[in-house]
Design a binder for this molecule. Structure first.
Ligand code: SAM
Length: 164
């Protein structure tokens, strides 16, 4: 059951420590069809709605080469989350589980990640499928999906030959 900000029976809260600022820079904004956490999917699907990621113009040059990838990993800041729960009851059934054993948006550092299908890039806008965040969610990072090495250079003669 999706939460707003309530504390449920069995959950445990903490007083957060003083901020030790990691100096995060939001690099853009994610646009999705969802304006309420209640209607946002729990996990994105690569056949889900097309969403637009607007990267700040300042960072547009950093997108060069991303178009070669079919999948990207998107990291975002779940900015409406509470951050102080140690134990949570995702099903609101009185059975608490540790925050770090869950993919709940409620966590000390509310970072969400999704593997997305990359459809196209237009200027500083990236069109993807596979997100599960609210419209207006701040973007932290975008990376090519996990690969053995980067950048992917065109195959060279001998790349796939096995050494004797
Ligand atoms: N796919 C990510 C992950 O696994 O790290 C996030 C999963 S989290 C379960 C997705 C849920 O977070 C959504 O269903 C919605 O309830 C909530 N959510 C989405 N965007 C949010 C935001 N900007 N602030 C707070 N909660 C958000």
């Amino acid at each position: 059951m999706v939460r707003e900000n309530e504390i449920r029976v069995g959950e445990k809260q903490c007083a957060l420590p003083e901020t030790d600022d990691a100096g995060l820079v939001f690099i853009g904004t994610i646009h999705t069809p969802w304006t309420s956490r209640m209607e946002t999917p729990r996990q994105g699907r690569q056949d889900g709605p097309v969403c637009r990621i607007d990267v700040l113009p300042l960072f547009a040059p950093a997108l060069a080469g991303l178009e070669h990838y079919a999948e990207v990993e998107v990291l975002y800041w779940l900015h409406q989350s509470r951050r102080d729960l140690l134990l949570q009851c995702p099903a609101n059934d009185g059975n608490p589980r540790g925050t770090f054993s869950l993919r709940s948006p409620v966590r000390p550092n509310p970072i969400g990640t999704s593997r997305c299908r990359l459809l196209r890039i237009e200027g500083a806008s990236i069109f993807v499928q596979g997100l599960d965040c609210l419209d207006g969610t701040p973007l932290i990072d975008i990376k090519p999906d996990r690969c053995a090495f980067t950048p992917i250079a065109p195959p060279q003669k001998g790349d796939f030959e096995v050494a004797e």
